[in-house]
Design a protein around this ligand. Structure first.
Ligand code: TXA
Ligand code: MG
Length: 532
């Protein structure tokens, strides 16, 4: 079957459509456009023709096919009976991206039903699909027109990439509008059951049918040996050659995860507008809020990763609401159920004397992993560290005492003498601090923390801000802070005031706070932290 000359027809070519129908009548295979994905069609009543579909796709024979019809009445010969629920669903959503499973009639060949006593029926809305079914005068069995395991095709080009030389013809009908395969619901069970989510949502099904169960295989991997209600659900699917991982959580958590694991050949599937913010090459697949757009683009983007030679693909986890459930279901299979939960990272900062340290103690007690950036900054310049060596080269031997330890005041004097020196200092120490913080967070991965807190006075100016999902900011009135600093550090009013004035004002901090901790009466830290 690899020496066929695959013909390409356009959907506005009437003769071409007639030729396609003729091929189907004669037991051949034609890929046709539908509103969901492209289908690889054969006469559904011709078992031999249908068997060729399995060969061309390399599809396991135990995975049944959907039978496509053009008019509702064409359902009657295919099923043993048509319940009222089927009529109501068809009335509401046919033609469209919905497949209904019913007990089959005797004319359905075993190749179509794969030995089950049911058959899946769909009436597509794509005018070209409709036309071809009509012209070929038979119901068409059609799985998605991809090689088994690869993402379903949403353009004629995708079909050609997979099927050239293996099938008789392809009809080009433009991009599939929905982009993921139809919703599959079975009415062959006592309670209707959603087997595959797609363009018609669970809510839309329930609006017509009342309660509709969601099959466990929609969102979870079946255990070894469990027989799925829909055989197609057990296979790894929709997958580019690269290894795919879904990464849950916010964009900052995603960035942290990528920065801490990235290697050559890594790429990301992200939402629109995030490309510039993620440190590996990205393909966007629509707006984060728009599941319809994500469904439309998903498979086309997954295919692009192969062209780009991606080895691993990390995916921003989409919403599971509405059509999003279908998008997430396809991604789970593309990822062979590998889902990563990176930690939620919070930044903790505040004005000097506001009580940041007290807040961080309280957060530790609540089960958070707290990273003290002051301490980390001190550690990276410990005696013998590469950072200290570099500082010595740039700022001179006399920043070290006779034991080879850093004299912080001498370094500060030199570094803050002018802007150029200050930048030199930062360019040596900041990357090292960032790296040390990332390492600490990575080491916390395996442990069951509620989240990670990066405690840093100057966090808004630091690289680390990009990993913080939310900012916790501690504030207190100036008089109170002054009092606390004087007591804490044993310095006089002037010195304490200098420190206060060296920082931005309270407005600056408040504007950047997601969680504001008012550490003064009548407030209490524990109340202020209650949402964490
Ligand atoms: O949107 C679509 O449904 C596309 C276009 C071409 O119509 N077709 C499609 O077919 O996605 P396919 O073969 O790739 O997926 C059909 C799914 C499989 O998961 C299969 O196991 C399930 O439907 N299925 C078919 N007949 C079934 C049956 N009698 N009982 C349970 N599941 C069935
Ligand atoms: Mg398929």
């Amino acid at each position: 079957m690899t020496d066929l000359k695959t013909q390409l027809f356009r959907n506005d070519d009437a003769d071409g459509l007639r030729s396609a129908a003729e091929i189907l009548k004669n037991g051949g295979l034609v890929a046709i456009p539908t509103e969901t994905v492209y289908g690889l069609a054969a006469n559904a009543l011709d078992g031999k023709a249908v068997a060729e579909i399995f060969k061309a796709k390399g599809r396991p024979m135990d995975n049944p096919l959907i039978v496509h019809i053009a008019e509702f009445d064409e359902i009657y010969p295919l099923v043993s009976s048509v319940p009222e629920k089927a009529k109501a669903l068809a009335e509401a959503y046919w033609p469209g991206p919905l497949t209904i499973i019913l007990p089959k009639s005797d004319i359905i060949p075993d190749e179509v039903s794969a030995g089950l006593d049911t058959v899946a029926i769909r009436m597509p809305s794509h005018p070209t699909a409709h036309k071809i079914i009509e012209l070929s005068e038979c119901p068409l069995a059609a799985p998605s027109a991809n090689s088994s395991g690869l993402p379903s095709p949403t353009t004629a080009k995708h079909v050609l990439d997979d099927m050239d030389g293996k099938i008789d013809a392809i009809v080009d009908g433009g991009e599939s509008a929905v982009g993921i395969e139809s919703t599959v619901v079975t009415l062959a069970t006592d309670v209707p059951r959603l087997l595959r989510p797609g363009g018609i949502t669970h809510e839309q099904l329930e609006a017509v049918l009342g309660h509709v169960e969601i099959d466990p295989a929609v969102l979870a991997q079946l255990e070894e040996g469990v027989k799925p209600a829909s055989p197609g659900m057990k296979y790894k699917h929709y997958s580019p050659k690269a290894e795919v991982f879904i990464v849950k959580g916010t964009l900052p958590s995603f960035k942290f995860y990528i920065d801490s694991v990235k290697q050559d050949g890594d790429m990301a599937l992200c939402f629109d507008g995030e490309e510039t913010d993620i440190s590996i090459p990205c393909l966007p697949f629509g707006n984060e809020e728009n599941s319809l757009e994500q469904a439309h683009l998903l498979f086309a983007e997954l295919r692009k990763f192969d062209e780009l030679g991606a080895k691993r693909v990390f995916v921003r986890s989409p919403s599971q609401d509405g059509v999003g459930l279908g998008v997430y279901n396809r991604l789970l299979r593309a990822a062979a159920f590998k889902v990563i939960n990176p930690p939620v990272i919070y930044g903790l900062t505040g004005q000097t004397g506001a009580g940041k340290t007290t807040v961080s103690e309280e957060l530790k007690e609540k089960g958070y992993f707290v990273i003290d950036c002051d301490l980390t900054a001190r550690k990276v310049v410990e005696k013998g560290s590469p950072v200290l060596d570099e500082l010595k080269t740039v700022f001179g031997e006399n920043i070290l005492n006779e034991k080879g330890e850093l004299i912080r005041s001498t370094l500060a004097e030199k570094a803050f003498a002018n802007e150029e020196n200050r930048q030199k200092l930062n360019s040596i120490t900041h990357p090292a601090i960032t790296k040390a913080v990332i390492n600490q967070i990575r080491n916390s991965f395996s442990q069951k923390y509620k989240g990670v807190i990066i405690d840093a006075a100057a966090i808004f100016d630091s690289e680390l801000i990009r990993y913080c999902s939310r900012m916790i900011v501690v504030v207190a009135p100036e008089a109170e802070r002054l009092d606390r600093i004087i007591k804490r550090d044993g310095i006089d009013v002037q010195a304490a005031m200098l420190r206060i004035k060296a920082q931005p004002d309270e407005k600056y901090y408040k504007e950047r706070a997601d969680i504001l901790i008012r550490n003064y009466k009548p407030y209490t830290i524990s109340d202020e932290l209650s949402e964490l």
